[in-house]
Design a binder for this molecule. Structure first.
Ligand code: ATP
Length: 526
């Protein structure tokens, strides 16, 4: 075993903004993510996944799918079409209400979401509160009573009250669709354009986020249809088909992974907010009256899923929705601490019987379940979990990216969970002669039946390790001269860089045990 001294280079990633830039350029340089149609200067907020990116994304999807469909005997999966009957979107409310409030700055000509400008302002008030608390903690040391300070300090009380007042006004304006009031909040709070500092704002307008197109060859006669803005509706309209063909009884769930499209007003922050993205959604159909228990179950279960990937507790939190849709009984986001702050990664929503009832009303078809135990029919209530695959990908990338000083060298490493890593193992002959490549290729040809592997003989062994670190390969197997003598190889672990010798016969089993997805799935039921 070779132990190496690692100095963590926290100071090198001076701040989160800088870290984010590094993650973005690393993603491009190492074949994770490219701007879409880059040779034509790209298309705003649309991205392509490269060779390693598509492998990582597939692994994230596989883990989600297995956690839902394989691990729950009462959850089944579907793959519905992206194009749906246009009435679907009338029934779901998207045609009339899937709007974001848009505001332009007249000086900078930049466009913003009015609600996001106000939320960002509230987040700044939050920061000020935290700073006051931190200052007091330093001043009072061990005797500091945070709860007491927050409930009595005048400055903190004033900031908290201001934040609450703005939050209440925002929630009411959003519920009422009151665009004048949204603008007034921006004016009253003296919110300036983050880019230019100007306060010269236009009116606030509603903007529908759905992409429309025409179905049929004669444009005039053709129907307007939409690219789905969420995958959920494909599940709702198939509720009875699935229930009947799989003989499910309530409670049961339908899971789906698929593309969704939103013409986002402001699409920044890389793949956090895209115009074409992928969702992983599960609708769980329950007896009316049992939705609260299931809501709690799914909240806890989904948080467990995130933590099973080794994400530190401090990086994840729940955030209850302050602004509930009229049909929603409860809604919470799982937020992840991206380099640009805590932001929504996944939503868990208790949606009553709204969706099925609306489709029942608009289609004229009964969407009910006959419950043999209760001897009655009803429209089931729905608890849904909805996560963006691309946001999950970004969270994994940000979490994994690290820079370390190793002796007099810096290594960039992606510490991805082994089960999600694009390449599981690289097989490397120490030198390109003496029969080592032949032996290494033999091992490579065996391992690739079970795992995504790479064989690499170019450059020094150090450089090859760095290449594998940069793409996040958890294990490197090195064939050296001793391998020819005693049939052993070294296995190098990415994060510790420690090496151990194992016999060639054991390699397959050792790798299997360490990279398999079962390890993660078992954490979900423990
Ligand atoms: P946001 O408030 O960030 O716009 P949302 O509340 O509209 O998100 P939902 O409609 O609940 O999002 O969608 C479920 C999940 O889909 C989100 O938690 C997020 O992970 C993902 N998602 C939504 N919009 C986008 C987007 N434009 N790009 C990438 N992922 C998205």
């Amino acid at each position: 075993m070779v132990a190496r001294a690692i100095t963590y280079l926290c100071a090198m990633i001076a701040n989160d903004g800088e870290k984010f830039k590094k993650v973005v350029s690393h993603a491009k340089e190492y074949g994770y993510i490219y701007p879409s149609s880059e040779i034509y200067d790209g298309l705003s907020a649309v991205y392509d996944y490269g060779p390693y990116g598509s492998l990582l994304k597939n692994n994230i999807k596989e883990y989600w799918w297995k956690a839902m469909v394989q691990m729950h005997e009462n959850i089944v999966g579907i793959d519905a079409a992206i194009l749906m009957h246009p009435t679907t979107w009338k029934a779901s409310g998207h045609v009339d209400a899937f709007n974001d409030p848009l505001i332009d700055n007249k000086d900078s000509k930049k466009r913003y979401r009015a609600d996001v400008l106000i939320e960002d302002f509230m987040a700044k008030l939050d920061d000020k509160i935290h700073k006051e608390v931190d200052k007091a903690r330093k001043r009072f040391g061990g005797s500091f009573d945070e709860a007491m300070f927050i409930s009595t300090n005048n400055r903190v009380l004033e900031l908290t009250d201001r934040k609450k007042q703005i939050g209440d006004r925002l929630a009411k304006a959003m519920t009422d669709g009151n665009m004048e009031e949204l603008r007034q909040i921006i004016v009253d709070c003296e919110i300036a354009d983050p880019e230019s500092g100007s306060r010269n704002w236009t009116e606030v307008r509603q903007f529908n986020l759905m992409f429309s197109t025409k179905l049929g060859s004669v444009a005039d006669a053709a129907d307007t249809i939409y690219l789905r803005p969420e995958t959920a509706q494909g599940i709702f309209v198939n509720f009875l088909n699935v229930q009947k063909t799989t003989r499910q009884k309530v409670p049961f769930g339908i899971a789906q992974i698929g593309k969704a499209f939103r013409n986002e007003i402001v699409a920044r922050q890389f793949i956090f907010r895209m115009r074409e993205f992928e969702q992983m959604e599960m609708q769980y159909f329950v007896r009316p009256g049992e939705e609260d228990n299931w809501y709690s179950y799914w909240k806890e279960h989904r948080m467990k899923w995130h933590k099973s990937l080794g994400t530190d507790d401090s990086m994840l939190k729940f955030k209850d929705h302050e602004n509930l849709a009229h049909y929603a009984k409860a809604a919470v986001d799982i937020e992840f601490q991206f380099p640009f702050g805590f932001k929504e990664l996944e939503g868990i929503h208790s949606r009553t019987d709204y969706d099925l009832s609306r489709h029942q009303e608009f289609s004229g078809k009964k969407l009910q379940f006959f419950d043999p135990e209760l001897n009655q029919s009803y429209v089931p209530f729905v608890v849904e979990t909805s996560i963006g695959c691309d946001r999950m990908f970004l969270a994994m990338l940000c979490n994994a990216y690290d820079e370390e000083q190793v002796q007099d060298d810096t290594r960039t490493v992606l510490k991805l969970p082994p089960a999600l890593a694009p390449v599981k193992v690289a097989v490397l002959p120490l030198v390109k002669k003496d029969g080592l490549p032949e032996k290494a290729l033999e091992i490579f040809h065996q391992l690739r039946f079970s795992h995504q592997c790479q064989y690499d003989e170019k450059d020094s062994i150090g450089k090859r390790y760095r290449r594998q670190d940069a793409i996040g390969t958890p294990y490197c197997i090195t064939v050296d001269h001793q391998s020819l003598e005693d049939g052993t190889v070294t296995i190098r672990e990415r994060d510790t860089m420690q090496q151990e010798r194992v016999s060639v016969e054991e390699v397959q089993q050792v790798v299997n045990e360490r990279v398999q997805m079962n390890l993660l799935l078992k954490k979900l039921v423990s």
